[in-house]
Design a protein around this ligand. Structure first.
Ligand SMILES: C[S@@+](CC[C@H](N)C(=O)[O-])C[C@H]1O[C@@H](n2cnc3c(N)ncnc32)[C@H](O)[C@@H]1O
Length: 274
């Protein structure tokens, strides 16, 4: 296909155009497929969508998440980035301001609310995050569960640790490592109720991480993959994951792919606008 993402085009502008076109094409398809609540025949997914995804967060949670973001804006810093992922399409420099990182690389206030709601609704006790950045999503998950978060950029992780210390958070375990090395060393007994894959946005790497995470997941675990339409590679990985023999229900929110392994579900993908 002529405009099937950045890989098939050449030149910076054409690549950017192809990237935008890839996202527009899939966004329109997603909106078209987005279902209304009455179109969901799975009671579990119906309730999850209605009582969690489509709900607002409490004022207390919203305030707490905002307070954390504000602590980043009130502690500006320039950080050395060691890029182990697919890089940023918007930030290429190895020295970046925390304000730029917060805007471009970190989850929005809305997304952190959604993540906190998902963890709360699913009674998540143990979460794992691949990709810490400034720590806003680890902070959101720490509101309801213990969380282990992995980041390969030491300066970025140090910055996040300082913010968590300011907030006196004690249930975040942060690991300075690449995802690859972390997964190699992961204790066989470690089990996670929720895994958030939010870094190294490369299709093949994402599939590899998912396979290596499987022994650490159980029937009620949820895996959230960020940026499933970021590139043709990520979109191909998302399609592969939806058909993976261990995967049953999936929810496509366009930004995130939510993956369930619940045996009682049949393999099916729901497009939900959140
Ligand atoms: C999109 S940011 C994470 C954002 C954060 N979860 C949030 O929502 O605020 C991705 C982070 O993953 C880190 N990263 C990317 N690839 C990595 C890898 N292979 N191993 C370890 N860290 C990696 C990057 O340094 C970056 O800080």
């Amino acid at each position: 296909m002529l405009f099937d993402g950045p890989i098939s085009c050449s030149g910076v502008h054409i690549t950017y155009f192809c990237h935008v076109w890839h996202q527009i094409k899939y966004y329109l398809a997603h909106r078209f497929k987005s279902i209304h609540l009455h179109g969901i025949h799975s009671p579990f997914i119906y309730a999850f969508n209605k009582d969690c995804l489509q709900q607002g967060s409490s004022l207390a949670v919203k305030d707490e998440l905002l307070r954390f973001r504000e602590s980043i804006t009130s502690h500006p810093a320039t950080l050395q980035i060691t890029d182990h992922g697919a890089g940023s399409k918007k930030l290429n420099k190895s020295l970046r301001n925390t304000s730029q990182i917060l805007k471009v690389n970190c989850s929005s206030h809305y997304r952190t609310q959604l993540l906190a709601r998902i963890a709360d609704y699913l009674n998540v006790e143990n979460a794992l995050e691949l990709g810490t950045s400034l720590g806003v999503t680890a902070h959101a998950l720490s509101l309801t569960s213990d969380i282990t978060t992995v980041e390969a950029s030491p300066a970025v992780l140090d910055y996040a640790r300082q913010r968590w210390d300011d907030f006196k958070i004690s249930n975040i375990t942060s690991i300075s490592s690449t995802f690859d090395v972390f997964l190699d060393k992961l204790d066989q007994k470690s089990q996670y109720d929720l895994v958030f894959i939010d870094g190294h946005h490369d299709g093949a790497a994402t599939l590899d991480y998912f396979e290596r995470l499987l022994p650490h997941l159980h029937d009620d675990s949820i895996v959230i993959v960020d940026d499933i339409y970021w590139s043709t590679g990520m979109t191909t990985a998302w399609k592969t994951l939806q058909n993976h023999p261990k995967v049953t229900a999936c929810i496509d929110t366009f930004q995130w792919g939510l993956i369930f392994l619940r045996k009682e579900q049949r393999q099916q993908t729901f497009h939900v606008h959140v």
